[in-house]
Structures are given as C-alpha cells and as structure tokens.
Design a binder for this molecule. Structure first.
Ligand code: MFK
Length: 538
C-alpha cells in the first residue's frame, strides 16, 4: 500500500447459493433419481442467481422500509390499511413465479416434489426478508384444506394458494395466538357463532403474522361443537368483494426484535364470516396439520440462514487480513469455520431427510415407520435447528469482528431473524414436550432406534466403525434414560425433555452423517467433528 493511501476493506461477496453449496449438491446427486435432478437443476441454478442477485436489493428495501399501519383514510373512515415496501412486494412476486409453495402440490416428481420445494425454499429464504413466513402459512393452509375442507372451499381457495401467477396468488395467515396464550391455545376466547346458518367470528388475536394475507386459518370456540364450546378450525377471507375488510379491526403492528419487513398485527374480529374446516371440536388436532408444515419451513429456514452466515464468513475470511495474513490462514479461525460447517452439514442432512419423509407422506408413499419418524422428526428438527441457527448466526457475525455488529452491513438482521426461529411455531420447551408425547404415544423409541440401527449396519470402514460405536452407545444411553425417567416421577421426565430432545437430535443426525460418510458424499472428518461434541446431554 502506498504511504498515505487509505485502506478500505473489501466487503464479503455472495456467490450463487446453489452452485456454491457443495453439501447440498452432493446430497442431491447421491439421493435424487438422476432424471429428477436433471429436470430441476436449471431452475435451482436460476433461483440461486436471483437469491444472490436482484433479490438482495429487494430484501434490503423491505428491511429499510418496514410495514406501516394506516388506521384511517384522510376523511376519517376506518381503513386499517397495511402498507408494505416495494421490496417486500417484489419478493412476494418472486416467490409466486418460482412456485415456492406450488412446487410441493403440483407433484411433478411424485414423492420427490416436497424435496424439490424444500430446496427452492432453502435458496429463497435467506434473501427473502422473511417473505417465507406468509409462504409457510399458505402452504400449511393449503395442506389442511386439501386434507380436511369441503369441496367448495377447496375449489375456491386451492387455485389461489397454489397459483404461480402473482395476479391470482393469495397468501394465508395462521392466527392461533391470543392474549391468554401462544403455546397454550386452550384458552382461546374467540367465539364462532352460527348466525343465519353461517359462522361469524368474534374475538381478538394477539399475533397475526403477515396480516396482508387474503385468507386466514384460525381457532375459535365453536358454538356448534358441543355444550362446552370446544375449539374448531375456521377459514376466513379478510376482504369482501369490494376490497373492504370483513369486520376486522387492526389495532397496531408489533414492534419486533427482527423480522422487520414482516407485518405482524394485533386485531379484532367483530363478526367476520368464516367456514369451519375439519371435525368440530377437534381444532388443535386439525390445525396441527398447519403447524407441522410451518415447523418444516422453520427448519428449512434455519439451515438456510446457517448456510448464508457461513458463506459470507467464509468469503470474508479469504479477503480480510489480520496479523499479516488472511483470516483463513489462521488455524483457529479455520477451526471455527469448520465447526460451523459441521453444525450446518448435520442440520442440512436432518432437514433433507425430513423433506424426503414429508414428500412420501403427502403422496401416499410413506410406510408406517416413515409416518412415525415424520411425526417425531418434525418437532425435533424444528427445535434443534432453531437453536443451531442462532448459535451459527452469532458466530458468523463474530467472524466479521466489529463489522458484524454494524447495521448497514446487513449482518445483524441475520442474527435477529434467526432468534425468532426458536420462538414461533412452538418454543424449544413446548416442542421438547411434544417429542416426549410422540414417543409415549408410539409406545417407545423403536421407530428411531430401528432406523438408526439400519443405517449403522453398513458402516464397516475402520475409521467409521469407531464412530458407529459412539452412536450406538449414545442410543443406549438415551433409551436407558427414557426408561428410568418414565418409571420415576413425571417431573423428572418433563424436566429432562429438552436435554432428551437435543440428545436424540444429535444422535439421529450422527447416524445420517455416518451413512453419508459411508457412501462418500460427506467427508468422515465432518462426522468426526459432529461426534466431537457430546452426542448426549443426559
Ligand atoms: C420460515 C418459517 C416461517 C414460520 C411461519 C411462522 C408464522 C406463524 C406464527 C404463528 O402462528 S406462531 C403460533 C404457533 N403456535 C404454536 O406453535 C402452538 C404451540 N403449542 C403447541 O404446539 C401445543 O403443544 C399445543 C397447542 C398443540 C397443545 O395444545 P393442547 O390443547 O394441550 O392439545 P393436546 O391435547 O396437546 O393435543 C390435541 C391433539 O392434537 C392430540 O391428539 P389426540 O386428541 O388424538 O390425542 C395431539 O396428539 C394432537 N397434536 C398436537 N400437536 C400435534 C398433534 N398431532 C399432530 N401433529 C402435531 N404437531
């Protein structure tokens, strides 16, 4: 550098997240039928280009111009308009054109369709300013309507929710949370009253994400369910044919830590027409269909944010010098990045596996064991990857030193947005208890232990045999803890639920990585690194 010439650091650059993701590509090559990969790959390349190209400007605009609630028009009429940024609307259009929801339902690739959709979401999400949130709820609504709604409702809504035309696409909200509870929805106070043969909803919803949606799926006390007024699921359209809100009053938008571009409102329903979906009085069970899809999205979002943080940190490590050499040349920095990469690789394998199971279930190709695993792994992946994403995002920011803490680098929003992943759609504790419940309902751990045993049987290479023993030992410890805790006081079992769930997630993921290492599409160093952290925390 010439004397007197100022130094300016080159910022990190983002490459095509599909082309640059060796772990994802290796998995797809190993696991997808060749003709499916051939068919979908050009689209993935193109979406990757957009995620590292025009979508970044859209996301920056959406973040810089958060949504605004306009309660009244200039003449005093109540309008409750929510204005969103150009960038937010543009990201919405990209999602529709790219079929981020539709791909799963067109089912062009049979059981692999959901996996294809997963990869598209994975590429889209980290450049989407959380526009993936309304898509998650739309997907969940499409599934619950597909499975449980009457024909009329299906015919009216599915063409909108699954459209690839931005002019006809509708998003759906999922309104569960009231002032009395987000995790415990049993206190839901919204009433569904039958008036002239039609349901109308009355009540206040405390969190409604993406309140710019056209329809919403919600819980309410169903007057017609039985004398106790049990919860049922209802579907409502927000606006009438003239575009006016259907007796919905928005109080305010939430001031949140992150997800700044996403409009989240408090609102009151004062006689909003609605249609019941599914069995009366079985609302929680019915809406669980939506939750299982949104939890799946949450897991995909978590791994995609991890990947984004690592990609940026890795690029920066090749540009930034400290103590006379590039960051990547410092052994400890390399070690830190390698640990992050191992966390991400494990998480990605878990989530891709979840996508395979979900795809099988949605196309009738899942066996009983697949279904049992899907039910268990959905909360497990959500709770574990949500926590991993926060840790990896935090580490990624640290890889930039002080710059990671500076708003206009765009880096802090990564951490803020990851923080929500362990909160919404079931907190870590709620989901840990759900995992316990699934195991108790299934009568034990057999679906998982059987699956792990089958995966480990093939590991004969000497360097993998040692790790196989570690995984088997972890599985034994988990089984033993469960048996002891089940015989003890209920409090012992419940207070250990989170450690139990983390142990199960780490051990199951180790088995997936072991299988991948055996087949050669993941290096055994990754598995070794994964197993260097304790597999069990019990
Ligand atoms: C990019 C990512 C985008 C993500 C988008 C997020 C935007 C949306 C933001 C939100 O909407 S946040 C609100 C999310 N809310 C939650 O996730 C609720 C968390 N709480 C729970 O999950 C509780 O465990 C639950 C509400 C389910 C407990 O309710 P209850 O009233 O105690 O019900 P219970 O008795 O546990 O379960 C009732 C039935 O449902 C049981 O079946 P049976 O009656 O046949 O025994 C359960 O087995 C069944 N069930 C519960 N959860 C299930 C399920 N079945 C299948 N899958 C599940 N997940």
């Amino acid at each position: 550098m010439d004397p007197g010439q100022e130094f300016f650091q080159a910022p990190p650059a983002l490459g095509n997240p599909y082309r640059d993701d060796a772990v994802l590509r290796a998995w797809l090559k190993a696991r997808l039928p060749a003709e499916v990969l051939r068919d979908i790959e050009p689209g993935l390349e193109r979406l990757g280009e957009r995620a590292a190209g025009d979508m970044l400007a859209m996301a920056a605009d959406a973040e810089a111009h958060p949504p605004r609630h306009v309660p009244y028009d200039p003449w005093g009429r109540r309008v409750d308009r929510i204005e969103t940024a150009w960038g937010w609307q543009a990201l919405h259009r990209v999602a529709v054109e790219e079929g981020i929801v539709a791909t799963a339902y067109e089912r062009r690739h049979g059981p692999w369709s959901r996996l294809h959709q997963l990869v598209r979401l994975y590429l889209y999400n980290p450049s989407s300013a959380l526009c993936s949130c309304p898509l998650a709820m739309t997907d969940g609504a499409a599934r619950v309507i597909e499975l449980h709604a009457e024909r009329d409702l299906k015919e009216r809504l599915l063409p909108h929710l699954l459209s690839r035309d931005p002019g006809t696409f509708w998003t759906s909200g999922q309104w569960m949370t009231e002032r009395s509870g987000g995790s415990d929805v049993s206190g839901t106070a919204t009433l569904a009253l039958l008036e002239h043969g039609r349901y109308r909803l009355y009540g206040t919803k405390w969190f409604t994400s993406a309140t710019t949606c056209e329809v919403a799926v919600t819980l309410a006390r169903d007057e017609a369910a039985d004398a106790d007024g049990k919860l049922s699921v209802f579907c409502l359209e927000l606006r009438d044919a003239q575009g006016n809100l259907n007796n919905i009053f928005v109080h305010r938008l939430k001031d949140k830590l992150g997800t700044k571009a996403l409009p989240t409102a408090e609102l009151t329903l004062k006689g909003t027409p609605a249609v019941r979906i599914g069995e009366p009085g079985r609302g929680v069970k019915t809406i669980a269909t939506v939750l299982n899809i949104t939890r799946f999205y949450n897991s995909v979002a978590a791994v995609s944010f991890m990947r984004r943080g690592i990609a940026l940190a890795d690029d920066y490590a090749h540009r930034r010098q400290a103590f006379g050499k590039l960051l990547i040349e410092h052994p400890l920095h390399r070690e830190t990045l390698a640990d992050m990469q191992a966390e991400f690789t494990g998480a990605l394998h878990l989530v891709l596996h979840l996508g395979v199971l979900l795809g099988r279930e949605e196309t009738g190709a899942a066996g009983e064991n697949d279904k049992a695993l899907l039910r268990l792994l959905t909360p497990l992946a959500k709770l574990y990857t949500g926590k991993q994403a926060i840790a990896v995002a935090s580490e990624a920011l640290e890889c930039f030193g002080g710059q990671g803490y500076i708003e206009d680098t765009g880096l802090p929003s990564l951490l803020r947005d990851c923080q929500v992943l362990s909160i919404w759609e079931g907190t870590t504790n709620v989901l840990s208890l759900d995992v316990l419940r699934v195991i108790e309902q299934a009568g034990g751990l057999e679906p998982v232990t059987g699956d792990i045993t089958r995966r480990l049987e093939i590991l004969l290479r000497p360097e993998l045999a040692v790790l196989r023993v570690s995984i088997q030992r972890a599985m034994k410890d988990i089984t033993a803890w469960l048996q002891t805790a089940q015989k003890s006081h209920r409090e012992i079992l419940e207070s250990g639920a989170r450690r139990f769930a983390f142990s199960l997630a780490r051990t199951y993921t180790a088995a997936l990585l072991a299988e991948a290492a055996h087949s050669g599409y993941v290096g055994s160093d990754i598995l070794q690194r994964w197993c260097r952290q304790p597999l069990t925390l019990l």
